[in-house]
Design a protein around this ligand. Structure first.
Ligand code: ATP
Length: 370
């Protein structure tokens, strides 16, 4: 049987800058599809998000959810709006509902510093690590389920399960293996971040991490405490490769790491499960810059590249993986060239202009040099 070469992609642009950056990611995907010529992407947009809720009373309509379940992959922009809230005052987060419904337990947040991007570090060195955030349990497990007692006491519960810890740790070690395959010079290492000195749940996390790690003797492993890890990420981020941690810690550390590589506009991400995956920039809808055409589309473009790489691995399709690399090379080239840069990286290109520049670089057949 011939290998699959046509893929259904559900596109959820969402709200705020999500709409703008998704348009640029699609443009770059089209360029990669055309340039490679070995796969077809059938991309279709669906309604979802805060504005959708305002209009229809539903932030994740059943038709959208069904389409996501049946798609080969989902490409998402950003969801939410500070002024559009549910009756209980909380914000709309259909992207979190998707994680739960599709069992997307691994939040993959690559943190790579590209030449030409604005790092606040004076001598950042070669920053290229991934934060892996467990996303179906931890402190988010009780989301909406916390208790406020008599307006005096409030509690939320942190949940850790053996299968939940096992699968995220296994994912971390396999990711380290894959990164080594792509770049044999890379140090194979997984760092597990916890607070095992205080909490039983985190001591359990550390124990299971060690158990799983024993199956990967060729990979270096270490455990750190979350407070020290925040310090290490600023002081010597170049020593990390794959960092695996609980939901809330991962949420915070990945924004810190995004700051090191030039801000939220530079931080791609993927929510991955065993059957489904959603690819989206790590940033939110950025209400402060929405509608100004100055959002940096790089995070969304790199997320689209991650989608091709994931599809390529899943379907053993080398053309998809080559297209993913081409997108990364194109971003590397345009940033290093420096003639056209997004506003948050010190340039003046609009979202649209920068997307055009990357799409153009993707289409260049000759080897792109950075
Ligand atoms: P959320 O709660 O959904 O994470 P938020 O508004 O707290 O949303 P972001 O939307 O991620 O957080 O924005 C954080 C900061 O980063 C804002 O100042 C925003 O303008 C900036 N930012 C986010 N994304 C981009 C982008 N693509 N380009 C430029 N700046 C961005």
């Amino acid at each position: 049987m011939a290998a699959k070469s046509s893929f259904t992609i559900v596109v959820l642009p969402g709200d705020g800058i999500g709409v703008d950056v998704t348009a640029e990611a699609l443009k770059v995907l089209r360029a990669a599809e055309k340039q490679t010529g070995t796969f077809q992407l059938d991309c279709k947009s669906y309604d979802c998000g805060a504005v959708c809720y305002q209009r229809t009373g539903d932030d994740l309509p059943a038709a959208t959810m069904d389409a996501c379940r049946n798609a080969d992959a989902v490409l998402l922009g950003a969801m939410g709006h500070p002024d559009i809230r549910k009756l209980d005052g909380t914000e709309l987060t259909p992207q979190v509902t998707l994680r739960v419904e599709l069992d997307l337990y691994a939040g993959v947040r690559p943190c790579k510093l590209y030449l030409g991007a604005r790092s606040p570090l004076k001598n950042p060195g070669d920053l290229d690590f991934v934060i892996l955030r467990e996303q179906t349990e931890g402190l988010f497990a009780s989301q909406q389920g916390g208790i406020v007692l008599h307006d005096d006491v409030a509690t939320d519960t942190l949940v850790m399960t053996r299968p939940g810890i096992r699968r995220i740790c296994e994912f971390a070690f396999r990711l380290a293996q894959d990164r080594t395959r792509k770049d044999p010079k890379r140090t194979r290492k997984v760092t597990a971040v916890d607070k095992a000195n205080i909490f039983k749940s985190f001591a359990f996390f550390r124990k299971i991490f060690r158990e799983v790690g024993a199956q990967f003797p060729e990979i270096e492993k270490e455990s750190t405490y979350i407070d020290a890890q925040a310090l290490y990420l600023v002081q010597r981020p170049e020593r990390f490769d794959v960092i695996v941690t609980e939901n809330m810690f991962g949420d915070i550390l990945s924004d810190l790491a995004a700051g090191l590589i030039g801000g939220m506009g530079m931080a791609p991400s993927a929510d991955i499960g065993d059957r489904h995956a959603v690819f989206q920039p790590a940033h939110g809808t950025a209400p402060d810059i929405a509608g100004k055409s100055i959002a940096n589309p790089i995070a969304a473009i790199l997320s689209a590249g991650m989608m091709l790489d994931w599809l390529g691995r899943r379907h053993e399709h080398e053309g998809l993986r080559a297209a993913a690399k081409r997108i990364d090379d194109a971003v590397t080239h345009v940033l290093a060239d420096g003639k056209i840069l997004p506003v948050d990286q010190g340039g003046s290109a609009t979202t649209h202009e920068f997307g055009d520049a990357v799409a153009h670089a993707v289409e260049q057949v000759s080897n792109l040099s950075s």
